[in-house]
Design a protein around this ligand. Structure first.
Ligand SMILES: C[S@@+](CC[C@H](N)C(=O)[O-])C[C@H]1O[C@@H](n2cnc3c(N)ncnc32)[C@H](O)[C@@H]1O
Length: 185
């Protein structure tokens, strides 16, 4: 049903991402196959990572306790020699602490951002947690957010964030959330 949308999104992402870049796309067991098919023509490798949220929420049995993160390497991406495993364990943001329904923990995103290039793009920025991780790591950030409430939330959340380590402080740093989809180069 959403195939056209997925195809358009990945075509645009391929257009604006450097050939040496990588993508991390959060999805679940239902959306992963559609994302895989749509991303496949643009990349040299695709792998599922598992985010273990540590907790599941009350309800019926087999509640979601994980999300899949589709990791995509663009054609000129270089291998990252860290030896890290493909399961990330980071507690989900408690529901009562969330400012966005789908808010991701900044410490989870920090692990991903560390393995990216100097400029981070999140085209669906929500509360801006990817931007917070990027700025803490001393990287530049561009976000896009269609909902004005979340756009303002993300923009104000990025203000005043400083790189977290001295080596990160050596980098130049700019964070910007755009209220609509924009070019990224
Ligand atoms: C899954 S949420 C992102 C949550 C974010 N990672 C966080 O931690 O807060 C997706 C966001 O994409 C936004 N969105 C949906 N369609 C969009 C579009 N076409 N352009 C920009 N933002 C869009 C939604 O308003 C929503 O805030």
């Amino acid at each position: 049903m959403l195939e056209h949308f997925y195809r358009d999104v990945f075509t645009e992402l391929a257009r604006v991402t450097k050939p040496s870049g990588v993508w991390y796309v959060f999805c679940d067991g239902q959306s992963y196959p559609a994302f895989y098919v749509s991303a496949y023509p643009h990349v040299k490798a695709l792998r599922p990572l598992i985010w273990d949220k540590v907790v599941s929420f009350n309800g019926y049995t087999w509640r979601h306790q994980h999300e899949i993160i589709m990791f995509a390497e663009l054609p000129e991406a270089k291998p990252i020699p860290t030896g890290d495993g493909d399961i990330l364990r980071n507690r989900a943001v408690p529901v009562n602490d969330r400012e966005h329904l789908a808010e991701k923990p900044v410490d989870l995103l920090t692990q991903l951002v560390k393995k990216c290039g100097r400029v981070i793009l999140d085209p669906f920025a929500g509360s801006g947690s990817t931007g917070k991780a990027a700025l803490k790591e001393g990287k530049d950030f561009i976000g896009c957010e269609i909902d004005e409430r979340y756009y303002r939330l993300a923009q104000s959340g990025l203000e005043g964030i400083e790189p977290s380590t001295p080596s990160n402080k050596a980098c130049t740093r700019q964070g910007q959330v755009a209220p609509q989809f924009d070019n990224f180069e």
